[in-house]
Design a protein around this ligand. Structure first.
Ligand SMILES: Nc1ncnc2c1ncn2[C@@H]1O[C@H](COP(=O)(O)OP(=O)(O)OP(=O)(O)O)[C@@H](O)[C@H]1O
Ligand SMILES: [Mg+2]
Length: 193
């Protein structure tokens, strides 16, 4: 993996400290390569989005599932956006090209932890999309906002407990979004069971 060297300013000299500067190496990501597998993923994710299917995408570790899904989703960081708050022009541009909400399952997961992150992002993204499409947030409401996102991509779906999986399926039913579950080979068999 490529790395970028960042040299920190030298601290003021103090008694007993050595003169070696501290260097921290931050990893940098390789530019995205539009592979054949990525095109297949896009086709699959678009179908799940259009017909609101629940789809399973599995592949060996390191094959590029996460990178491909992130590239397709273009899901922006919504931390700075408060529901019904103003939208910065840069965020409007990012939300307009976002195709799916991307969520990585945490190692320890429950319906509550899923609601805290995915549920919040679903609500925020919905309000933002309604606001952008109508030109104002005047008529936006919670129910409409929760139904305004066509697709959610779940990464590391192997980690989902049975309860969390049921919860996701319920969220998808209630809010009408398509769902892509991504994980290792064997995930499809586990889900079938
Ligand atoms: N199309 C691509 N263009 C550039 N880099 C890529 C591409 N696909 C994958 N990579 C790189 O390969 C590495 C592994 O990819 P990624 O994390 O997406 O794999 P994964 O299938 O999600 O693995 P895991 O099953 O372990 O989660 C990453 O460093 C990623 O940036
Ligand atoms: Mg991955």
């Amino acid at each position: 993996m490529a790395t970028k060297r960042v040299r920190l300013p030298e601290p003021p000299p103090s008694e007993g400290s050595g003169s070696t500067p501290l260097t921290i190496e931050f990893p940098t990501e390789q530019p995205f390569l539009p592979t054949r597998e990525h095109s297949r993923f896009v086709e699959f994710a678009e179908a799940c989005s259009r017909y609101r299917y629940i789809g399973v995408c599995h592949g060996r570790p390191g094959v590029g599932k996460t990178r491909s899904a992130r590239e397709f989703a273009s899901f922006p960081n919504l931390q700075s956006y408060g529901v019904l708050g103003s939208l910065a022009p840069s965020l409007v541009a990012e939300i307009s090209k976002c195709q799916a909400i991307f969520y990585t399952v945490t190692v320890s997961n429950t319906p509550k932890t899923i609601d805290a992150v995915l549920g919040t992002n679903l609500t925020k993204m919905g309000y933002a999309r309604l606001t952008i499409s109508a030109g104002s947030s005047e008529n936006a409401n919670y129910e409409a906002a929760r139904r305004a996102c066509p697709l959610v991509i779940i990464d590391e779906a192997d980690r989902l407990t049975i309860k969390s999986l049921e919860h996701l399926r319920d969220l998808s039913d209630q809010n009408g979004f398509g769902l892509v579950l991504m994980g290792m080979p064997g995930l499809e068999k586990r889900l079938a069971r």
